[in-house]
Write a protein that binds this ligand. Sequence first.
Ligand SMILES: Cc1ncsc1CCOP(=O)(O)O
Ligand SMILES: C=C1C=NC(C)=NC1=N
Ligand SMILES: [Mg+2]
Length: 214
Amino acid sequence: MFNKPSVYFIMGTQNASGKDPLKVLEEALKGGITHFQLREKGTGALQGQDLVEFAEKCQELCTQYQIPFLINDDVDLALAVGADGIHIGQEDMDCDQARALIGKEKMLGVSVHSLEEARVAIDAGADYFGMGPVYGTRSKADAKRPAGTAGIEEVISHFPDIPVFGIGGISPQNAGAVWQAGACGVAVISALSGADDIALQIAHFKNSYKGVLI
Ligand SMILES: Cc1ncsc1CCOP(=O)(O)O
Ligand SMILES: C=C1C=NC(C)=NC1=N
Ligand SMILES: [Mg+2]
């Protein structure tokens, strides 16, 4: 479920750089991503029944490739389509409530930026943390300033059993520091959704882990 090196692809219809998002997702699944998250945000984002139908198609593809399908923020949508889990940020519903709504079996991911936030998330039964932005990013309009990997190291040293994903501006060229910090995986939008050859890019991400001195 959370083996190193994990490559966690995150995408919404607005991140597909003009390509068919379902084609991008299928290419990423074929290429070996380990997790997928639907994060539908920004101008032009799908809503209502269109979003439900799109999410169902994502779910079908992830089931076909036996990859966990998570939905960002929208717990109701996740429950409606039977997603494998949800990812929530500090400004979304609180972890306890999310865990109560989805039950014990589903995956609960939480964005954390401090030990305190990590502690609260663990007490609510979070299965993994997302931490970032590690580097500069253009994929999240309200991203905090880049934090590097210090926070990842600190959280892992205090909570060694919780998988941590680094996120924010991560590419195969700069992923080494994220692995070095002890992250279970990299969570990526544009370096994958914008890649000419997604499978090759995933291979580059996995190879960047091999270069890590433990
Ligand atoms: C959702 C999110 N949270 C922190 S940075 C970010 C966006 C990551 O996108 P990219 O991999 O394109 O920098
Ligand atoms: C903000 C986020 C941080 N981490 C992950 C895995 N997903 C997100 N949407
Ligand atoms: Mg959120």
